[in-house]
Design a protein around this ligand. Sequence first.
Ligand SMILES: CC(C)(COP(=O)(O)OP(=O)(O)OC[C@H]1O[C@@H](n2cnc3c(N)ncnc32)[C@H](O)[C@@H]1OP(=O)(O)O)[C@@H](O)C(=O)NCCC(=O)NCCS
Length: 442
Amino acid sequence: MPDTETFPLEWLRHTSPYINTHRGRTFVVWFDGETVQASGFANLVNDLTLLSHLGVRLVLVHGMRPQIDHELTAAGLDLQFEKRVRVTTSEALPGVHSALGKVKSAIESAFSTGLPNTPMSGAQVTLCSGNLVIARPYGVRNGIDFGHTGEVRRIRTGTIAQLLDMGTIVLLSPIGYSPTGEMFNLHAEEIASQAAIELQADKLIYLHSQAPQSSDRLREITAAKFFSDAIQIPRNLTPVRHLIELCANACTRGVKRAHIVSSQTDGALLKEMFTRDGDGLMIHSGTYDTLRQAKSADVPGIYNLIGPLIRDGILVDRNEQDLERCIEDYFVAERDGTIIACASLTLYGDQAELGCLAVHPDFRASGKAAEILQLLIGKAETANCRELFALTTRSGDWFRQQGFEPSSHTRLPPERNQREALTRGSKVLRLTLQARPDQNNR
Ligand SMILES: CC(C)(COP(=O)(O)OP(=O)(O)OC[C@H]1O[C@@H](n2cnc3c(N)ncnc32)[C@H](O)[C@@H]1OP(=O)(O)O)[C@@H](O)C(=O)NCCC(=O)NCCS
């Protein structure tokens, strides 16, 4: 029987760390004009409303390319583009005005529905918009006069922050005004990235109608990898390559993470925000896991990680009380409030033991264990230890690959419980360290 009753419950429980993490954070969310026209737009509005109710400070940026195309074609005007940039002539301006009015009112009415028996029932969402983007003309380039096409000059972040403080959702349209009072047609994608940078947003999210859906995809890349061309962008991401670049640029300028998610997959935004593996492509500035000393509150998370390995006899048996007793010896890698790796470091004079090394199966073979090992080597060297040893039944080869040498039980420190090591048949591996007194203690 499909477990339809327990699944949502479990899913809801697992969202708690994300709800806590996202509360009070600023997300800039862009969606294209195609998404506004699509039948799934009402569901997307429900999901955005949910985010707002969970305390996320939302700045929405909408596109309107197909709507402008429609208005201009209906008025018998040619669509003029130069390298993806529209030429907005004076004749085209009424069409832009008309598209703007229609798209904005479609979005505002979608956020205003509150019918009983719908996810929007009882929802009171206020959307605010205005002259929040200052523009300048794109000008004449390569002999082409782009007319009323402009680019972002500045975002009025102070006013946006005040609106967000009031609990409203801020809506930015792809329109900006110059100090001379002229209106310019802007790239919505650029407004989103610029707003995210100027607001130092926690997330920049692009919901694109042509973003690949979840299967068979690249899940995350760093901005540095993108710019160094160290990574081959799969073909299915070609339609959103320009967005990857905007995301990577924003991540190098202070935005914590950026995401590209399909607007055609129902619930993809929520999946990306509230599950560990997400549903889209994440771009970030570098390693985004926190590596730190464990605290008592981490005990259940560590036990969740090592429990299955203890039951399989891979790690030494210990319970939550044992962990609690020596929690200051533990170090954890945390992602989005979930412990994904751990290890302990116990000091015995000039020797240190690395124990309880475990990486969650979903995050193996990405260098996580090696990263923790480097942290513990640093700690042991700072404590003037000359050797780091580990006991293992199954991962001897991994330690050898990290430079450890096979050693003997007889060289274990006298205070180390040798009997336990011998009965489990563990192998001892040892790494020579370089003493490195802590700079702060000098
Ligand atoms: C051993 C363990 C910590 C490695 O974690 P990890 O994050 O995948 O390690 P890294 O990413 O740094 O290294 C991955 C490499 O080590 C290899 N590797 C992983 N486990 C290995 C093992 N038991 N023996 C030999 N090689 C192993 C992987 O194949 C990979 O090699 P590749 O890069 O050539 O593909 C992880 O597999 C684990 O949690 N195992 C269960 C617990 C355990 O055995 N702990 C050690 C006892 S203290």
